[in-house]
Write a protein that binds this ligand. Structure first.
Ligand code: KMH
Ligand code: ZN
Length: 277
């Protein structure tokens, strides 16, 4: 069992506008530079959403392939594409994300209200995503926005088997308006429910907005890993906008070191997540 901390950076997301958040990496060059700098600081996984020439979220197949290739050329980071996209993305486009051949892809374990929107994840769609990833050797990160999503994951694995590589890794996304709160109590409840999943299941956690720091500290204290980045928060501290993703990764690394659980390298993360070396 690793005692280190797996740090995932989620630098862009699909929700913030470049006009509102100028530091958001939206071009391929900005993304690659961010990836290199976050890797140097201690990130091991990059959770990727891409943008078009107008900085709008897109699941364009060519751009996704170019992005995977560029990140592999420039870094050793584990490339995790978002299959969640934006709330408006059709299921077919979200499934087609896998055609870009990432190491990992996200797989959200249920529908959730998402602010004023709905992030739709039908059971049949989840099964489709999970089985396609099994077929292609793409390792999922199961996104958990609510406690019941863990029950759905237990059902999924029971009916359709373990993911590629045989290791189960989940990410608690806490504090989305409509999902579970970004509280220590909710994280502990999730951590308890993880015990019903296959032995060795690992988890990371991220708190949205002001939940970032409490969730980070709570996750470290109960043996969890960390996801940070401008997808999840654009405010560093009260009244202080995030200057860059690197600022968030550096803070996470500092907390992990204080917790005596320093960041794992990308190579160690591959082993942890059941990815080929
Ligand atoms: N943008 C959200 C609707 C994922 O990347 O898989 C979905 C999301 C989760 O960010
Ligand atoms: Zn995402």
């Amino acid at each position: 069992m690793t005692t280190g901390t797996l740090i995932t950076v989620a630098p862009t997301g699909a929700e913030s506008a470049k006009a509102d958040v100028p530091a958001l990496p939206v071009t391929l060059d900005e993304l690659v530079l961010t990836a290199k700098e976050c890797e140097a600081l201690g990130a091991a996984v990059i959770h990727v959403h891409i943008r078009d020439d107008q900085a709008r979220p897109t699941l364009d197949q060519g751009r996704l392939r170019d992005t995977v290739a560029a990140l592999r050329d420039s870094t050793d980071l584990i490339v995790q594409l978002s299959s969640g996209g934006a709330v408006t993305d059709p299921e077919a486009d979200r499934l087609a994300v896998l055609d870009a051949g990432p190491d990992m892809a996200s797989c959200t374990m249920g529908t959730v209200n998402f602010g004023d929107d709905v992030f739709l994840n039908r059971w049949e769609f989840i099964v489709d995503l999970h089985t396609r990833m099994q077929d292609r050797g793409i390792v999922p990160e199961y996104e958990i926005f609510d406690l019941g999503h863990l029950t759905s994951l237990q059902r999924l694995l029971g009916k359709h088997g373990l993911p590629a590589g045989g290791h189960v890794h989940v990410d608690f996304v806490m504090g989305v308006p409509g999902g579970m709160p970004a509280s220590t109590e909710a994280l502990v409840a999730c951590r308890q429910a993880v015990r019903d999943l296959p032995e060795g299941t690992t988890f990371s956690a991220t708190g949205i907005g002001r939940g970032t720091i409490p969730v980070m500290l709570a996750s470290l204290s109960v043996g969890g890993h960390l996801r940070v980045g401008m997808e999840d928060t654009v405010t560093y501290a009260k009244g202080r906008p995030v200057e860059s993703n690197m600022q968030l990764v550096a803070r996470a690394v500092g907390f992990a070191q204080l917790a005596q659980r320093p960041p794992v390298t990308a190579a160690q993360a591959r082993e942890l997540l059941g990815l080929p070396a």
